[in-house]
Design a protein around this ligand. Sequence first.
Ligand code: GDP
Ligand code: MG
Length: 734
Amino acid sequence: MNGHFASVGADPSVQDFEHGVQVIDDQKEFNSHLNEYLRQVHVAETGFNYHLISVFGSQSTGKSTLLNNLFGTHFSVMSESERRQTTKGIWLSKNKKEANMAQNILVMDVEGTDGRERGEDQDFERKSALFALATSEVLIVNIWETQVGLYNGANMGLLKTVFEVNLQLFLKDKQSNLRSLLFFVIRDHLGVTPLAALRNTLVQDLAKIWSSISKPQGLENSRIEDYFDFAFAALPHKILQADKFTTEVQKLATRFTSGHRTGNSGDHEFQGGVFLPEYHRRIPADGFSIYAEGVWDQIVNNKDLDLPTQQELLAQFRCDEISREVLVGFDQAIVPLEEKQAESTRTGRPAVLTDLGTTGNDARTQCLKAFETQASRYHKGVYTRKRQDLESKIDSRLKTLYLAHLTAVHKSGIASFSDAVSAAVKAGQKSGASYEFAEIVAEEKAKTLDFFKTEAQSLAIQGIPWTNFKPQYDIFEKELDDVSGKLRKEEMRRLATRVERWVKSRLGDAVGLEFNKLGSGRAGGGAPEEGEQPSEKDLWDRVWNVFVDIVREAQSRFTERAKSFEATQEEVDVGLWRLRRKSWVALREKIEEEVMEGNILLKLRENFEDKFRYDDAGVPRIWSPADDIEGIYTRARESTLTLIPLLSRFRLAATYASPDLPGWIGPQPRGAEAGDEEDLVPIGGVDEEDGKSLEEEMTVLSETKRQDLVVRFKKTADGVYVEAKRSAIGGVAQ
Ligand code: GDP
Ligand code: MG
């Protein structure tokens, strides 16, 4: 197997990398399997901890042989017997001899660079030189001792090319601190001329070459030391001095370690090995393949190679790639939660996302950390931008998740608050013991706020402003207050109902009592003075006073209780206003009941009978034919008849006018909400728009009813009279 092509086996994805990987083939095609190789030899994950060396030199000068001996690689070597030309291309292999050397050395064997020796055009030579310079820290220049000093020799032409293309690299980026080491390895060193002398000759030649090349604008005064450091080594003849060759190669190998400069730049003084930090191209190993491909693409298409741009492009590509990779882990943690939430939105059942904060924050931290570890090695500006992109991508998803979660927490918090308050009130009512509504509300509110706060705080991420959910907390608290307000209002209604019931029952007794007094012709107690009407006249005064007293007591009960659960003054005012209205209506109903036909007729009859059948001293009369039955009858009847106009209208004796009902009820208080008056019966003279006057409101018996009552009462009285008359005669007969 000649090993020039990485052979493709039965499985095309499995590459045979025995001879390394052919980065560029003889058709100038870039090999997309490079990264696969780097992964296989575990360089891809090393970050910046790798090195790259290229070798240059004329054809068949033993370059591949040198590399294989130095690094244990298997680059193909021209067979001693055939001596056939090797094909062009660039091979790459990892150092296989790690002992006493830097870790992760990658070696590029640039074949067929020396085009002029073969009479070919220098296209590939220039291109591969440019590629090597753009990527390698150290360029080994392999040269026979006999070639040293041959200024016009082939390898000098090669160096000229190297210098020229190097300057091309600086055209776009004049501030670049790109440096490389040119490491001359002099082969078949006889030992007659000491290395120091050879070195001097070479340095002079290099200076000559440098001065001979035409420098681009802006770089006319640049010096060779601005770009290159130099190192030298000599090796004996491999075949003639095989043992010595081997020991010298082993010695040389030890120089491929890290080192640092001791003098100023250009002083060629180093300590340690040849790998100075400043030579490193700072391409993270996992991006090397992409970078190399981009660089080669520019070179092969004869575009001006602009390494900073290539590095930015690489950074963009890799940062995006890394972003996608780290998002996979994030998705694994977050997608199930997102699905659960979407499901709950569909079904309307709140999703229980336990440990959302921990899960979300961990996923976020891990994702960003993983991104940082890998991507921060790339171009700083691009990295920073892409990190922000990633962060906002992650955060917008977490934000959606978190806010939806808080919305669910909000909803369930409100519901459980409302339920808890209602349950506590119900329990309080059932127990019969007095319960403090305000305390219940305050307690449940504190509990619910605490619940919300705990949830919100579990989602907080330090230093991330959007995870401060204070606005959501405030909204939640406000809605709790709104709900409290509603519950308090319900509680007020319940209280109002209780108080109204109490008023009704008190009115029933008290007003009933006043009307019952009508049944006695001597209402007011005691025997009336001669000529004085019984106190029937102030019936309405008494009714009104009793009414006002009852309502006053009810109002103070209501106020006291309402204040105890922290109702606002406005709410209390509305409640009292409603209470007064309802009480009035209750009074009206009670009066209505009292003056119902049968009831009132009965009372008038009793009133009349009392006057007719008892004398002024309250002694029952025994009628005798001598009595002025007719006269007594007429007086009693007329006296009772005066009650009918009195009863017909609610009027106070002193003013002979209706009580100031509108004034007593008062105007609808400010703060009464729409609907507060919805269930109220309109009251004449109070509710203007109702069209009913106060006069009508105060009318107890209509004109018709009144006349009807007069007629019926007279008939009843007549009946009593006839009976009395009869009993007088009967008494005589006895
Ligand atoms: P490359 O074309 O520069 O890679 O050279 P190769 O490594 O393929 O070797 C070319 C020929 O030179 C082979 O026949 C080797 O045996 C021979 N060769 C290798 N190393 C040495 C050396 O140190 N001295 C001499 N004189 N020949 C060598
Ligand atoms: Mg070779």
